[in-house]
Design a protein around this ligand. Structure first.
Ligand SMILES: *Cc1c(COP(=O)(O)O)cnc(C)c1O
Length: 420
């Protein structure tokens, strides 16, 4: 139900679609004309070199996607069947699935309210519950760096390594240092909706020459140095294409420009919503500079109308002066604009329902069930299951760099109308 009528946009406003500049097609054409239509070539070499320079890592290996990069990161981390691996909980499933590809068992660590990333307090609790854990996989959600110093200190104390999922955060910095350079190794993504894109593609980043060689070898079917196809270990067909690399190469000079555009979008939303009972996704300005990949908002608890979500359908009851993500997302659809719910926490996914989940007060499995059936509050008065709370009250807003100011103003106006 629309509280007010608005004419829909003629051209769809996307959540985050590719923004091309022209150089991309030149590098792709160069690959074509020189016949380097393969997984070797100058575009790959150049893109790997430029990313190393940008992020500040020693080696970058171009792969077919970010998920592949995370998979090979799990192999570098030597995850074996049955190993517990601590993972960000409120994130895209691709952060976590690669753990399972290697037989690892994800245990999900709840989210904090300051950056919407892995909660260091919950991580500390997790090491009490699962002291043998040696690997932590953490994401920088929506391009906002996590509390890296705190998380790293805890991991160091417990002799665990961090694998950084920087798929959403290319170009973001923490204390002046680029994300993607903090982990034992890291993954980035050039998926079509990321801050820069190759249409697809990803990279594994590392400071170890040996590890970079391993990833290169694994990603090209693990051929041994022999005159025939000789294999001593399992291989994968994960290498980046030189054509895709051409697109990425053309995009790279525009990374900072994309970030500036996204930042302006974030700030316009922030200003536009200043009289609403909502906040934007939080940023720890003291320590970090995000890449503003997606602008998100979260509705104050007391301004939420009734909303329930089953496994595949939402339902809500419109109410004067209040709204909810479902009402706003439905309204955006009618306007021919694309929003998106916050990543539904992994511990609440049917596939991962048997996996451990740790909140800031300890083992959270039972607490989650209680939360879903009516709410469970921690000693500090906040919901115990932070991820589910943000999922219920938050949403991603149209954050496309090609959206005009007028278009964004209209989106702001429409969202304001949801609260009338
Ligand atoms: C996009 C994304 C990935 C996966 O990247 P692909 O290139 O699409 O495989 C992994 N983790 C997060 C957090 C992402 O947003």
């Amino acid at each position: 139900m629309l509280k007010k009528e608005f004419a829909p946009f003629e051209n769809k406003i996307w959540l985050s679609s590719p923004t091309m500049h022209g150089e991309e097609i030149e590098y792709v054409t160069e690959a074509y004309k020189t016949n380097w239509m393969s997984t070797v070539g100058k575009n790959i070499n150049e893109v790997e070199r430029i990313i190393c320079e940008k992020v500040g890592c020693k080696y970058a290996v171009g792969l077919a996607c970010g998920t592949d990069s995370l998979h090979l990161a799990m192999k570098l981390a030597k995850i074996k069947p049955g190993d517990t691996v601590f993972c960000s909980d409120m994130t895209f499933a691709a952060t976590v699935n690669p753990v399972v590809y290697e037989g690892g068992v994800p245990v999900f660590i709840d989210t904090e309210y300051d950056t919407w990333n892995m909660d260091p307090v919950a991580l500390e609790k997790a090491f009490e519950l699962y002291p043998d854990t040696k690997v932590v996989v953490m994401a920088h959600l929506y391009g906002t760096p996590a509390k890296l110093d705190e998380l790293k200190a805890i991991c160091d104390r417990h002799n665990a390594i961090i694998i950084e999922d920087a798929a959403e955060s290319l170009g973001a910095t923490y204390k002046g240092v680029q994300t993607g350079s903090f982990g034992y190794c890291s993954a980035i993504s050039f998926n079509g909706n990321k801050i820069i894109t190759g249409s697809s593609g990803g990279m594994l980043l590392t400071d170890s020459y040996e590890d970079a060689c391993k990833v290169c070898k694994w990603s090209t079917q693990s051929r041994e140095n022999a005159p025939w196809y000789q294999h001593e270990e399992i291989g994968y067909n994960y290498r980046m294409s030189n054509v895709i690399a051409g697109v990425v190469r053309g995009q790279l000079p525009h990374l900072e420009e994309h970030i500036a555009g996204k930042k302006a979008i974030y700030e316009r939303y922030k200003e536009g919503f200043k009289n609403l009972p909502v906040s934007m996704n939080p940023i720890d300005f003291e320590n970090s500079e995000p890449n503003y990949w997606l602008s998100c908002m979260i509705i104050d608890s007391d301004a939420m109308c009734k909303q329930v979500r089953s496994d595949d359908k939402p339902l809500y009851a419109a109410e004067k002066g209040k709204s909810c993500p479902t009402e706003i997302l439905d309204t955006l659809v009618k306007l021919n604009a694309e929003g998106r719910p916050i990543w539904k926490p992994m511990h609440a996914q049917p596939f991962y329902r048997m996996n451990g989940f740790v909140t800031r007060e300890g083992n959270g499995r039972a607490a989650t069930d209680a939360y879903i059936s009516g709410g469970s509050v921690g000693k500090d008065g906040n919901p115990l299951d932070v991820g589910m709370d943000i999922f219920e009250r938050g949403l991603c807003l149209p954050s496309d760099n090609k959206m005009t100011i007028e278009e964004q103003d209209k989106i702001i106006e429409v969202i304001c109308a949801c609260f009338e």
